[in-house]
Write a protein that binds this ligand. Structure first.
Ligand SMILES: [Zn+2]
Ligand SMILES: [Zn+2]
Ligand SMILES: [Zn+2]
Length: 560
């Protein structure tokens, strides 16, 4: 049976209908910003958001009955869990652009009343706050087993109970430990004789890194690299530096084995001073990488090591916190500054904002990258890079197109911005041997296409005589910058295609397709394949020229 191509717009595949970037209130004197960045972080991490939204609601003594997982939880002034869950519910369904964190703040202040922490108007540390909130969720999961019917509000935990619960493990893992719980074993080893000492196990929600050690290691590495005459420091990341800390500084080295890989790996950066220099900030920001492999930090085998992708940062400047998070559905960074929510196109513009405000990164969030999501993300990165190519073309009236094929085991994705000023349409065409069946995979982006014409109008342009602004007969291209505000887009169409039944993929420009039927092309490819003939692309070009094509022709045939 011939396979049916399933078009998948991979770039929009990750869209979460419940996601919307919202601000959080911080009235003058309330000092909510430390809490707001923690809420934004937890909401923006899919691994946490999904689980908390689906987690069961508490049944407090005054509540008449238990509630369904997605129902609005019963309000309870004293319960941090219920306050956070209720706020997440608002995030998911509210019409408002800005939400109040006051209920969670109130619940925290009540839980820590005796300690005098989180009291109204007080400023707190964001790293301690996220650890407290995760500790509360852990304590809630243990409250029924550790303190059954101890109080009518057994599920409303207070500070002493949270402290007590932190000494107990949770089985099965609670929400906090499932998402953030990292566990590793340190084994001291003498670098001279190789003898090992007593191993120590650490279980935590955050992985602490001293920035001073990090920068020293960087210096050390820079020296090494320099003396070796190589210029590869640029390739050295933050985390390779961490890995080298024990090796370069001590004769008693510690081998650190990772025993639990969390959904979200949270690094907490400890700075030597609360106001580091701009130079130090640049050094650390430039060391933060988009990808993190656990093998870069731990002695762990590559096969079992999970890939993590950078999701966001929590930063402070003076007495103020902001959060910066990647929005996978909109494919941009979002800077959360209390009520103010700003989109940032790419990492460098986001990092520039942090630098200009001398914002110090203190929490760095990495989330597990799933296999499908990894393909999607690499296509997004590719799209981003293709868009950045335009900068090279500034000032010229030239345009170009690109067709990109990414093959991945049995999945094939194509990234096809079409076409250019030269009208070089590039089409992809797999040939299935048994049925001589061809499937066209690419889309021509034409101003005459109704959907494209609508998009052009929505982006402030117009189509006349079948051309963008009456000039360009194609609606998407790289370059042609004068038409960029007139609806000419460089966004590619992305399509995933299962090619396991396909014989070949033909990529060619309009010089070929305008003169050769898809069926004819398929026939040439199949007969070449059956008769063991090579130079297939060349034969296709000759065939098109024989039938009258005077245009330039680009053709590539990829056998699967
Ligand atoms: Zn509750
Ligand atoms: Zn737990
Ligand atoms: Zn020794």
């Amino acid at each position: 049976m011939p396979s049916v191509a399933q078009p998948v717009d991979a770039l929009h595949h990750g869209l979460r209908p419940t996601y919307r970037a919202r601000g959080l209130e911080n009235q003058s004197g309330a000092n909510h910003c430390f809490l707001n960045v923690v809420i934004q972080a937890l909401w923006n991490l899919q691994s946490f958001r999904k689980r908390l939204l689906q987690a069961p609601c508490h049944t407090h003594s005054h509540a008449a009955s238990s509630y369904g997982a997605l129902a609005r939880p019963a309000g309870n002034d004293h319960c941090c869990y219920c306050a956070l869950k209720s706020l997440f519910h608002e995030f998911a369904v509210s019409d408002r652009d800005v939400l109040p964190p006051d209920a969670l703040r109130k619940a925290l202040s009540l839980a820590y009343n005796a300690q005098g922490r989180f009291q109204s108007g007080d400023m707190e540390d964001a790293t301690e706050t996220i650890e407290v909130i995760l500790g509360i969720l852990h304590a809630c999961s243990l409250s029924s087993s550790l303190a059954p019917s101890a109080s009518p509000r057994a599920q409303c935990v207070h500070a002493e109970f949270i402290e007590e619960a932190s000494r107990f493990g949770c089985h099965p893992l609670c929400l906090s430990h499932e998402v953030f719980g990292v566990e590793y074993v340190d084994v001291p080893r003498c670098t001279f004789c190789g003898a090992t000492g007593e191993p120590t196990v650490t279980s935590a929600f955050t992985y602490g890194v001293y920035v001073t050690e990090l920068l020293e290691c960087r210096e050390h590495l820079a020296g090494q690299v320099h003396s070796e005459g190589a210029d590869s420091l640029g390739a050295m990341g933050l985390w390779q530096s961490i890995h080298l800390v024990p090796v370069t500084r001590r004769t008693l080295a510690t081998e650190r084995f990772l025993t639990r890989q969390p959904q979200t790996f949270l690094l907490s950066l400890a700075w030597p001073s609360s106001s580091p220099t701009r130079e130090q900030l640049i050094q650390v920001l430039s060391m933060i990488q988009a990808r993190l492999y656990m093998t870069e930090i731990f002695e762990t085998s590559a096969e079992t090591s999970v890939l993590y992708g950078l999701r966001g940062l929590v930063c402070y400047s003076g007495m103020h916190y902001v959060a910066l998070f990647w929005c996978p559905s909109q494919r941009h960074w979002v800077l959360f500054d209390d009520t103010c929510v700003q989109e940032k196109e790419d990492w460098s513009s986001a990092a520039r904002v942090l630098l200009s405000g001398l914002f110090v990164p203190t929490l760095v969030f990495y989330e597990r990258v799933q296999a499908d999501a990894a393909l999607e993300e690499s296509l997004e990165e590719l799209a981003q890079q293709v868009c950045e190519l335009e900068v090279v073309l500034v000032g010229s009236s030239l345009g170009a197109i690109a067709i990109v094929v990414v093959t991945r085991s049995q999945t094939l994705g194509t990234l096809v911005p079409l076409p250019s000023m030269d009208r070089e349409e590039t089409q992809t065409l797999p040939v299935q041997e048994d049925f001589l069946r061809s499937t066209r995979l690419s889309v021509d982006h034409r101003p005459t296409d109704a959907a494209e014409a609508r998009r052009i109008r929505e982006e402030g342009g117009f189509v006349t005589m079948g051309r963008v602004s009456g000039e360009l007969a194609v609606s998407r291209a790289l370059g042609d910058l004068l038409l960029k505000n007139s609806g000419l887009s460089c966004k590619p169409s992305v399509r995933a295609h299962d090619a396991k039944r396909d014989l070949a993929l033909v990529l060619a420009s309009d010089g070929l397709w305008d003169f050769a039927e898809e069926k004819e092309v398929a026939k040439v490819v199949v007969s070449c394949s059956r008769n063991g003939l090579d130079h297939v692309a060349h034969r296709l070009v000759q065939e098109a020229q024989r039938t009258g094509s005077m245009d330039n022709i680009t053709c590539l045939v990829i056998f699967m």
